[in-house]
Write a protein that binds this ligand. Structure first.
Ligand code: FES
Length: 121
C-alpha cells in the first residue's frame, strides 16, 4: 500500500513566486506530471496539465508564474490561472480550473497528501 503522505521537496526549494518544483503523481491514467509553487507564503500544487489542452504549463522546467508573479500561466496559449484556486481568469479555457492536489508544508518539507488515493483525470 502506498504512503498517505509523500515528500515532494524541501521547503527551501520553493521561493515565493519563483520556480516551481515538478513531480509526478499516480492517476487512473498512470504517472502524471504535477507541480508545486509558493504563492503568498503558501504552497499550492496542481496536475501539470492545462485546462485547455492536455499539455504541461511550463515550457521551461519550473516556470509557472507570469512576469507579474500574480498568475500561473500556460506557455502554449497563455491561459492565466489564480495560484490559490487554479481558476482560469483569462485565455482559451477561461472559467475552467487546474486539478488541485492536496499538499502541506511541515518540518521543512512539502508533502503530497492522500497519496494512497487514486486521482481521476
Ligand atoms: S494549451 Fe494551455 S492555453 Fe492552450
Amino acid at each position: 500500500m502506498a504512503e498517505a503522505k509523500r515528500l515532494i521537496c524541501a521547503s527551501q526549494e520553493l521561493p515565493e513566486r519563483g520556480l516551481g518544483v515538478r513531480f509526478s503523481v499516480e492517476t487512473d491514467r498512470g504517472p502524471t506530471p504535477a507541480f508545486v509553487v509558493r504563492y503568498r507564503g503558501k504552497v499550492q500544487a496542481y496536475l501539470n496539465r492545462c485546462a485547455h489542452v492536455r499539455v504541461e504549463l511550463d515550457s521551461q522546467p519550473g516556470e509557472f508564474f507570469d512576469f507579474s508573479g500574480l498568475y500561473l500561466v500556460c506557455s502554449t496559449h497563455g491561459a492565466a490561472y489564480v495560484p490559490e484556486s487554479g481558476y482560469c481568469i483569462g485565455g482559451p479555457c477561461k472559467g475552467l480550473r487546474l486539478t488541485k492536489l492536496a499538499v502541506e508544508e511541515c518540518d521543512g518539507g512539502v508533502y503530497l497528501l492522500n497519496n494512497e488515493e487514486t486521482i481521476h483525470v
